[in-house]
Design a protein around this ligand. Structure first.
Ligand code: C2E
Ligand code: MG
Ligand code: MG
Ligand code: MG
Length: 278
C-alpha cells in the first residue's frame, strides 16, 4: 500500500511535467514558424561511377534562439501530431524549389514528405504551386516518402503517386530495408529511386555479408528500372566496396555533412575536384 501511494505521488507530477513540456514545445513550434526560425540544410548525392554530384537532399533544421540548431527527429513527430507539419512542409517545398531553381545545371533536389503530408488533401496542389512559383523544372524535384505511406489505404496512395508523377516529379522510397519493406511495394508503386537505409552501409568493406543485401537490392531495382542510393556512406572503404555492388548513387558524411544553402557553391566546387574525368 505504501508502495502504491508512493508511486502515485511519484508519477503524477512527472506526467504533468511531460505534458507541460509538450505543450511548451507545441507553442514554441507555432511561434517558430511565424518567426521563420526554420532553415533547410543540403546534403549532396553522388553518382558512384563518376563521383559527380547528381542531386542534393533538403534536410530541415530549427534555429532555436536558445537551444541552437535542433535536428528534425526531435520536433517533426510533434508537428505531425498537431498538424503543423502541413504549413511547415509547404514551406519546405517552396523553399527547396526556390533554392534549387537558383542552381545552374540539372542537379535534382530531394524533399522529404511526412506521411501526414502525403495523405493530406492539398499535397498535389502544394507541389504544383511550389514548382510554378519557383519556375523549377519538375524533373529536378524528387519527393522522398517512407514505407509508412505504403501501409495506408493503397488505392488512395497509388492515386496520389500517379498524380504527382503526372506533374513530372520523381518519387523515391526512403530508408528502404527498415520497417516492413514489403517487396510488393516495389512492384505496385511507381518509384524512380530506392534509398537503401544506412544500416546496410555500415559494415560495407568490413564483412562479406554486409554487401549482399545492397547487391541484391541494387540488382532487383535495376530490373525494375529504379535507381538506387546507398545512405550513410562515411568512409572511402565503404564507398569503394559500394562500387562493386551495382548501387548507382551514394550519400553520406564522406562527401559532406548537410550544410546551409550559402555553402553550396563551395561544397560543389570542392566535390567537383573528386569527380572522375570521363
Ligand atoms: P532521412 O531522409 O533518411 O535523411 C538522412 C539522415 O541521415 C539525415 O539526418 C542526415 O543528416 C543523416 N546522414 C546523412 N549522411 C550520414 C552519414 O554518413 N552517417 C550518419 N550517421 N547519418 C547521416 P537528419 O538531417 O537529422 O534528418 C533525419 C530525418 O528527419 C530524415 O531522415 C527525414 O526522415 C526527416 N526529415 C528531415 N527533413 C525533413 C523535412 O523537411 N520534412 C520531413 N517530413 N521530414 C524531414
Ligand atoms: Mg530522406
Ligand atoms: Mg533516409
Ligand atoms: Mg531516415
Amino acid at each position: 500500500k505504501a508502495d502504491g501511494r508512493g508511486r502515485l505521488c511519484f508519477f503524477e507530477p512527472e506526467m504533468d511535467a511531460k505534458m507541460q513540456a509538450r505543450r511548451r514545445l507545441e507553442m514554441d513550434l507555432r511561434r517558430a514558424l511565424v518567426a521563420r526560425e526554420f532553415e533547410l540544410f543540403f546534403q549532396p548525392i553522388v553518382e558512384v561511377r563518376s563521383r559527380r554530384v547528381t542531386g542534393l537532399e533538403a534536410l530541415l533544421r530549427w534555429n532555436h534562439p536558445e537551444r541552437g540548431l535542433v535536428p528534425p527527429d526531435s520536433f517533426i513527430p510533434l508537428t505531425e501530431e498537431i498538424g503543423l507539419i502541413l504549413p511547415l512542409g509547404e514551406w519546405v517545398l517552396e523553399e527547396a524549389c526556390a533554392q534549387a531553381a537558383r542552381w545552374a545545371g540539372d542537379t535534382t533536389i530531394a524533399v522529404n514528405l511526412s506521411p501526414v503530408q502525403f495523405s493530406s488533401r492539398g499535397l498535389v496542389d502544394t507541389v504544383e504551386r511550389a514548382l510554378r512559383e519557383s519556375g523549377l523544372d519538375p524533373r529536378r524535384l524528387e519527393l522522398e516518402i517512407t514505407e509508412t505511406v505504403m501501409l495506408r489505404d493503397t488505392e488512395a496512395t497509388l492515386s496520389t503517386l500517379h498524380r504527382l508523377k503526372a506533374l513530372g516529379v520523381r518519387i523515391a522510397m526512403d530508408d528502404f530495408g527498415t520497417g516492413y519493406s514489403s517487396l510488393s511495394y516495389l512492384q505496385r508503386f511507381p518509384f524512380d529511386k530506392v534509398k537503401i537505409d544506412r544500416c546496410f552501409t555500415r559494415d560495407l568493406g568490413q564483412t562479406q555479408q554486409s554487401g549482399a543485401i545492397i547487391r541484391a537490392v541494387a540488382g532487383m531495382c535495376q530490373g525494375l528500372d529504379m535507381r538506387t542510393t546507398a545512405e550513410g556512406v562515411e568512409t572511402e572503404e565503404q564507398f569503394r566496396a559500394l562500387a562493386q555492388k551495382g548501387c548507382i548513387e551514394a550519400q553520406g558524411y564522406l562527401f559532406s555533412h548537410p550544410r546551409p544553402a550559402v555553402e553550396i557553391p563551395a561544397m560543389l566546387a570542392r566535390l567537383s575536384q573528386f569527380a572522375c574525368a570521363s
